[in-house]
Design a protein around this ligand. Structure first.
Ligand code: IMP
Length: 171
């Protein structure tokens, strides 16, 4: 297998700073509950929140729509739910990649049903070529072409999450 660097550590860090600047402006004077979508968004969530200067609470949620494969199964199952109530809170869902959009559409609907003050979405990546469930991405770091990417939290069969950059996977 080979990995070509697609987005470098530096490019990712620079873009995250820009998103954080915007989030800090948009939520000035407010408190934010950041909800990282496990496992893929753990690294993005960690790097994003350390650039925020507003009061932040952190929680995680996990859903599966993929098996050990590179195409969506069309089903979303909640594997791990939030630990805290979100009623009346401003929620920022943080996702690694919006591909078909199924996962994030389902998660947004689930969190929206719990009466938060607001729900917005930050995503590291968006693959427009594969999108079938349109969803508003309020803070998007990178739009990418239709390639299977790994690293910086994203996996292929559970591996490569530790890479500090985003690479294109090929066998
Ligand atoms: P969606 O429900 O089709 O939008 O899929 C979202 C989930 O699929 C993401 O949270 C990832 O875990 C996984 N996924 C989609 N595309 C890729 C990719 O290129 N690399 C690694 N994981 C991916």
């Amino acid at each position: 297998m080979a990995v070509d660097v697609y987005l470098s550590e530096e490019e990712i860090a620079n873009r995250i700073q820009q998103l954080a600047d915007q989030i800090n402006k948009d939520y000035a004077g407010k408190e934010l509950t950041v909800v990282g979508v496990l496992n893929g968004a753990f690294m993005f969530t960690a790097d994003l929140i350390r650039k925020l200067n507003i009061p932040v609470e952190l929680d995680f949620i996990a859903a599966s729509s993929y098996g050990d494969d590179t195409s969506s199964s069309g089903q979303v199952k909640i594997e791990w739910d939030l630990k805290k109530e979100i009623k009346g809170k401003h929620i920022l869902l943080v996702e690694d990649i919006v591909d078909t959009g199924l996962t994030i559409k389902s998660l947004k609907a689930l969190l929206g049903s719990r009466e938060p003050a607001s729900v917005k979405l930050a995503s590291l990546l968006f693959k427009p070529a594969r999108n079938v469930h349109p969803v508003d991405i309020d803070y998007l770091a990178f739009e990418i072409e239709d390639k299977f990417v790994i690293g910086y939290g994203l996996d292929y069969t559970g591996k490569y999450r530790e890479l500090p950059y985003i690479g294109i996977y090929s066998e």
